[in-house]
Design a protein around this ligand. Structure first.
Ligand code: ATP
Ligand code: MG
Length: 187
């Protein structure tokens, strides 16, 4: 350490990326809430933002959806109708594919500077959405379209195409002490 503040850019060869792909994965809490944090930053910069939710935890809108809509963020919860315990897997797969088609349109249109695909890893893992097709859409996106993808067990190929990947590690969670999900904290 010196007493003098640095005057030169310490890493002058750093480049500016036209856009980034972020993946928030792991079994700890914070994947979706961190994505919403990026949403807030993007709105502050005047970006158009879209959120597509691939799983929905009920009929009610989450707190983040309510806030997003107030901020002018476009939100699709196309998970409507397919759930963890859907007994009709063919139907669930078809709905997931429909959600992916929407995501493809939203990404490829170039209309949005930030697209958040919340809980997208699950349909990819379960084979409801073709991983190679998804990777192709991500890689062929217009230059300025930033992406945030969330969900546990991100496939390795997705990790490879991403720029920044964070694994939330569960240290402890209130749920394990028998505490139910809390409004304002969990949804
Ligand atoms: P959040 O939306 O709170 O950021 P997340 O996106 O990381 O959580 P998900 O796997 O999408 O986690 O689960 C969503 C819900 O499950 C939230 O209510 C969250 O608090 C809860 N949850 C997240 N991680 C755990 C965990 N390790 N054990 C139990 N419940 C969890
Ligand atoms: Mg989540």
């Amino acid at each position: 350490m010196t007493d003098v503040p640095p005057t030169d850019d310490p890493i002058p060869e750093l480049r500016r990326a036209p856009s980034l792909v972020l993946v928030n994965t792991g079994d700890g809490k914070g994947k979706s809430t961190a994505a919403m944090g990026v949403m807030i930053r993007a709105v502050a910069r005047g970006w158009k933002v879209a959120v597509i939710q691939f799983l929905k935890s009920g009929d009610w809108a989450t707190g983040e959806q309510k806030t997003a809509e107030r901020l002018g963020v476009d939100w699709w919860a196309i998970g409507d109708g397919f759930t963890w315990d859907s007994d009709d897997l063919d139907e669930s797969a078809a709905i997931a594919q429909e959600a992916w088609n929407k995501a493809t349109d939203v990404i490829s249109s170039g209309e949005y500077s930030l697209v958040i695909l919340d809980e997208v890893t699950y349909p990819l893992i379960w084979g409801w959405v073709d991983l190679d097709e998804a990777l192709a859409v991500i890689e062929a996106r217009p230059d300025h379209v930033n992406l945030v993808l969330t969900g546990r067990d991100a496939p390795i190929q997705l990790v490879e195409v991403a720029d920044t990947v964070t694994e939330m590690r569960n240290v402890k969670h209130a749920f394990e002490q028998g505490v139910r999900a809390k409004k304002g904290i969990d949804f």
